[in-house]
Design a binder for this molecule. Sequence first.
Ligand SMILES: Nc1ncnc2c1ncn2[C@@H]1O[C@H](COP(=O)(O)OP(=O)(O)OP(=O)(O)O)[C@@H](O)[C@H]1O
Ligand SMILES: [Mg+2]
Length: 224
Amino acid sequence: MIPLLELCSVGKVYPGGVATRALEEVSFAVAPGEFVALVGASGSGKTTLLNLVGLLDTPTEGSLRLAGRDVTGAAEDLRAELRRDLLGFVFQFHYLLPEFTALENALMPLRIRGTAAEDAGRARVRALLEKVDLGDRLHHRPGQLSGGQQQRVAVVRALANDPQVILADEPTGNLDSRNAHAVCDLLRSLTKELHKSVLLVTHDETIAAKADRILHLRDGRLVT
Ligand SMILES: Nc1ncnc2c1ncn2[C@@H]1O[C@H](COP(=O)(O)OP(=O)(O)OP(=O)(O)O)[C@@H](O)[C@H]1O
Ligand SMILES: [Mg+2]
């Protein structure tokens, strides 16, 4: 089976007055439908790694393949296209737009593609919101939702474009333990059902334990 995501000896050095090496010799692959947790101390390189995989930044060394395609040196317009078509992002802070409803926020990635895409995806996104138990909150604005509910909207928004890979950086870091587990369980069941791959960064070992596999980063290197 072709991995959806494959890193080969990836390294990252941030330039500057004092260059900072954030990643070194990182190699791993994620299979379709696999849920992988990425853990490590603050500063170990987790966000750097997620940014590379998310095509938001480029590696200094090594190669990166996405859906069987070498994207290491891809030009910005192709990177943007791949981000839009293959990837979904969930962040620690939900970044929902306060003046839009839950449904409108979840539809935003489709709205950006145009009215036809939005109309075509509306029923699916609505069904996903119902699945995460927000069927009676579709027309609430973020300010009228709890933290856990807001993050559930953000999870649905990440799935709106029907991406193949979900990248999540501390998506539960801002929630209390009960809500954190609820959001993580949801992310897991939803992505398993839809056969999406997930790379999830977390500080919380009890959250990481829900993954199919855990990758540990220490000082920019994967440790076993
Ligand atoms: N834009 C940047 N320029 C220079 N150095 C950076 C930059 N971003 C991150 N770093 C450095 O790279 C290293 C890895 O940072 P990164 O943000 O990936 O860590 P992290 O594991 O996500 O940490 P945290 O758990 O605190 O979010 C750190 O030493 C950090 O100081
Ligand atoms: Mg980070």
